[in-house]
Ligand binder design. Structure first.
Ligand SMILES: [Fe+2]
Length: 167
């Protein structure tokens, strides 16, 4: 089975030098690891989470070209297909691969969370996007209540988005 690092390297190559795409997945992966360090994940869950964090936006280039945008639903549907092909030769056991495909196929669905791996992926991606989009502090504070669930995710968001820990 390929290591997470090997998959990250494959994903960087797949990103064809697109700085935004490479930077985004590296940061989402980093936030996901930071958050996961503070939560109780099995080795398998941790592997699934990290691979999903690295590959979650795999459909962005295709969606930009095909639809002219990276809207959530198209990206989820296209991403689930692309990630399965991308990981075909990674030697990942079926059960883990199915969970990775599921997470990539649901990473914009805030109402279907069914596990800590899923929750952490949403939180890590939220932090990366809020930084990129200069999301106002009031909206981030709202998200801390409506989107975030893990204690370490809330701490990570407050640190990265420079919110006072008392807010
Ligand atoms: Fe993302």
């Amino acid at each position: 089975m390929k290591t997470v690092k090997e998959i990250a390297r494959d994903m960087a190559y797949y990103s064809k030098g697109n700085l935004h795409d490479i930077d985004h997945f590296l940061r989402v992966w980093g936030y996901a690891r930071d958050i996961a360090d503070g939560e109780c994940l099995s080795k398998r869950e941790r592997y699934v989470l990290e691979v999903a964090a690295i590959t979650h936006d795999i459909a962005c280039p295709l969606c930009r070209e095909k639809y002219g945008n990276t809207d959530g639903k198209n990206q989820e549907r296209e991403g689930a297909v692309l990630v399965r092909a991308f990981l075909r030769d990674a030697g990942i056991p079926g059960e883990l691969l199915e969970r990775i495909v599921f997470l990539v196929g649901h990473h914009h669905s805030y109402d279907a969370v069914n596990g800590t791996d899923y929750q952490i992926l949403l939180e890590a991606d939220y932090i990366a996007n809020a930084l990129e989009n200069h999301t106002p502090p009031s909206a981030v504070r709202q998200a801390l209540k409506s989107v975030f669930r893990t204690k370490s995710g809330i701490e990570e968001a407050k640190t990265m988005l420079h919110l006072s820990s008392h807010s």
